[in-house]
Write a protein that binds this ligand. Structure first.
Ligand code: PMV
Length: 338
């Protein structure tokens, strides 16, 4: 008993003194998650499969502090308020519940890429927060449990716990809907060349978008066909078959945006230049470049390339009017404590 009390006070003393920092990478979904069967738990309507992005990362530092009356959250140098603050606070509450802890926390988070523009900043952000906050609270969770926990803050965050090529399983059971790598970051040296056409935060966040998915008459068809797309994508990755991969990536992205466009009210994330890039990518492929496009909940275009084609794709995108900036990323590793 005395031993146990001594251990608890040692842990509390340690926590008051130290902060924990985690880094997690963003990811780009090849087969996309859109719509939930349980929005509270973020149980997805369909499985999804993504590539972790080495060069787009979020670093998050968490310190639990017995002297704080409320959580303090700084995102990219600015005090968070409103919805951004409440989402972090709710996630910390979940972790405090698991760790049996009532200290408030100081959270400082920074991303090296524009946030809220369809580049999955919530994926890297909530994966980093999950890892840093669980460690800082004294929990030492296995990756699968971290993935389940991260999912509850932002669905795609459950994939950012892992590196390489990562599949997230759809399941009606909370504990069975987690992500897992199908191949690690050294399996295939694909490159994501991202054309940034808009840096402003999007008007309709993905949480609201998921809620609207069911209002589209196309969502049922998209969901019921998802096993076939997952199967083709999984096989294309494992066999490093770019031909098969590009077909399924573009088909899946087009299906997602068809659902968005036919939701009530319709969601139009594309800018005119988004469509020009899609058309150019198809021409460039006919000319021999190994490249395909995929677009998340925003107007920016991810051009997935073989490493041999990446620099030519960068150069061609750079010559297009309306492309403001290009970010290039290789396949990334798992979230980690630093
Ligand atoms: O995890 P969320 O709620 O930000 O949703 C992500 C939705 C897409 O980026 C469009 C698709 C995906 O699977 O990442």
């Amino acid at each position: 008993m005395v031993d146990c009390q001594a251990r608890v006070s040692r842990v509390l003393f340690y926590m008051a003194k130290t902060s924990t920092t985690a880094i997690a990478h963003s990811n780009i979904a090849f087969i996309k998650y859109w719509g939930n069967i349980d929005p509270q738990l973020r149980l997805p309507a369909n499985g999804s499969l993504s590539m972790t992005l080495a060069d787009l990362e979020t670093s998050t530092t968490v310190k639990f502090d017995g002297n704080l009356n409320a959580d303090q959250v700084v995102i990219n140098g600015e005090e968070a308020t409103g919805q951004a603050y409440s989402r972090v606070e709710a996630h910390l509450d979940l972790i405090r519940g698991l760790a049996n802890l009532d200290y408030k926390a100081n959270v400082n988070t920074k991303s090296n890429f524009p946030i809220g523009t369809g580049l999955a900043s919530s994926a890297s952000g909530f994966a980093a927060l999950t890892l840093a906050a669980t460690k800082a609270s004294g929990l030492n969770l296995p990756s699968q449990e971290l993935s389940v926990l991260a999912r509850k803050a932002s669905g795609s965050a459950c994939r950012s716990i892992f590196g390489g090529f990562v599949e997230w399983y759809a399941n009606q059971e909370d504990q069975a809907s987690f992500a897992e790598p199908i191949a690690d970051e050294n399996h295939w040296d694909l490159v994501d060349v991202i054309a940034i056409v808009r840096e402003k935060e999007k008007e309709i966040g993905s949480t609201n978008g998921h809620g609207a998915a069911e209002s589209s008459p196309l969502q049922n068809a998209r969901v019921s066909d998802s096993s076939r797309r997952l199967e083709q994508c999984r096989r294309a990755i494992l066999e490093r078959d770019f031909f098969s991969l590009y077909q399924i990536i573009e088909e899946d992205s087009n299906l997602l945006h068809s659902v968005m466009l036919t939701s009530r009210p319709p969601i139009i994330y594309w800018e005119p230049v988004t469509i020009s890039i899609m058309q150019n990518v198809v021409h460039w492929r006919e000319e021999g470049l190994e490249v395909c496009y995929t677009i998340d909940a925003g107007p920016n275009v991810h051009c997935i390339c073989s490493s041999a084609s990446a620099s030519e794709v960068e150069a061609r995108l750079g010559n297009m009017t309306g492309v403001r900036r290009i970010l290039t990323s290789r396949v990334g590793g798992p979230a980690k404590i630093i």
